[in-house]
Design a protein around this ligand. Structure first.
Ligand SMILES: [Cu+2]
Length: 338
């Protein structure tokens, strides 16, 4: 009985100390979305349960090591035990109840953060090795940065052009895999102005660690102003030279994550002086980089593999880019020729 009382007192004390320690270390960055509140609450509750489990294990182990040490000269065998039915029932039921309770809390929280908000704004997210592309269908805009108005729920409709990626802004807490061929949804209601970063949280190849994009949470006025500015720039570009549109398209479609335009090596061949050159292919032949070849390289990248490179270019540009967009990209590549 004396042992039991001591152990219970020690468990309570260690739980409180470890629990207070957990509440005082900052494990997460600032919370910048409405979804972060219930998630952080649940996370902290978990940490308190972990403090209790930690105390249960460590106190029993260390107490036994010291209180039940072998006395000097005592070489007799230990006592023989044959289970303890009540104890086994208790240590099955109690964790079961805790786990069920947490699954209930998890389900409630999930329902809470996935419920549609009023006046939602849709942004389409396309992940691709190794860039992010954001489309604002209502405004007809495409960008490489995610700009969001403060306080308005945004519904992200996400997909991938190649392999699995994962959309994660730590300050918003929520996280979602992007899956090729599927549209996944995520809702975010920004509550703090500022600039954050989307990270890819699914190991996706060579430049996975650099697959970042800025997220700017703006005031609603600032956001409207930005939209208007972008639309104006877009209208100006549409009447300008095709090569300039191509330059912008190469950026928003992530081509520049793999292709450089200054001759330096990248994951893919540089575009500097590529046009009209003889390109050595992996099968030993060469091909002239005329318009037809460039078009084929974009629409069906696996058809001819450039010598010294791997067949890893995203295969879907033929579907995601319009004929005019491909023409503009080709015009841009031609403008980088000699
Ligand atoms: Cu990725």
């Amino acid at each position: 009985m004396k042992h039991l009382v001591t152990v219970v007192v020690l468990i309570v004390a260690v739980t409180v100390i470890v629990g207070v320690f957990f509440s005082n270390i900052d494990l997460t960055p600032i919370a910048a979305s409405a979804e972060a509140t219930p998630i952080d609450w649940l996370f902290n509750l978990h940490m308190q349960v972990i403090a209790f489990l930690f105390a249960m294990i460590m106190v029993f182990v260390l107490y036994s090591v010291f209180a039940f040490r072998r006395k000097p000269g005592d070489d007799s065998d230990g006592d023989y035990f044959h289970g303890h039915t009540t104890l086994e029932i208790v240590w099955t039921i109690v964790p079961l109840v805790i786990v069920l309770y947490f699954s209930y809390l998890g389900a409630v929280t999930l329902a809470d953060i996935t419920t549609p908000g009023d006046n939602e704004m849709v942004v389409e997210v396309t992940a691709q090795q190794w860039s992010w592309r954001f489309d604002y269908p209502e405004a007809g805009l495409t960008t490489t940065e995610l700009n969001l108005p403060l306080g308005r729920t945004v519904l992200l409709k996400m997909t991938s052009n190649d392999v699995l990626h994962d959309f994660w802004v730590p300050e918003f807490r929520v996280k979602q895999d992007t899956v090729p061929g599927m549209t996944k949804e995520l809702r975010i209601t920004p509550t703090e102005l500022g600039t954050y970063k989307v990270r890819c949280a699914e190991l996706c190849g060579t430049d996975h660690a650099y697959m970042l994009a800025n997220v700017n949470v703006m005031t609603s006025d600032g956001f409207e102003e930005w939209l208007a500015g972008e639309q104006e720039a877009l209208a100006a570009a549409e009447s300008g030279p095709a090569a300039e549109r191509g330059a912008k398209l190469a950026e928003v479609n992530g081509c520049t994550a793999c292709h450089t335009i200054d001759g330096s090596p990248g994951v893919g061949p540089t575009w500097l002086n590529m046009y009209e050159e003889d390109i050595p292919l992996a099968d030993g032949s060469t091909v002239k980089a005329d318009e037809e070849y460039l078009r084929e390289s974009i629409v069906d990248p696996g058809a001819k593999i450039v010598d010294g490179f791997n067949n890893i270019m995203p295969p879907k540009f033929g579907e995601t880019l319009s004929a005019e967009e491909i023409d503009a990209l080709i015009a841009y590549m031609e403008s980088l020729g000699e």
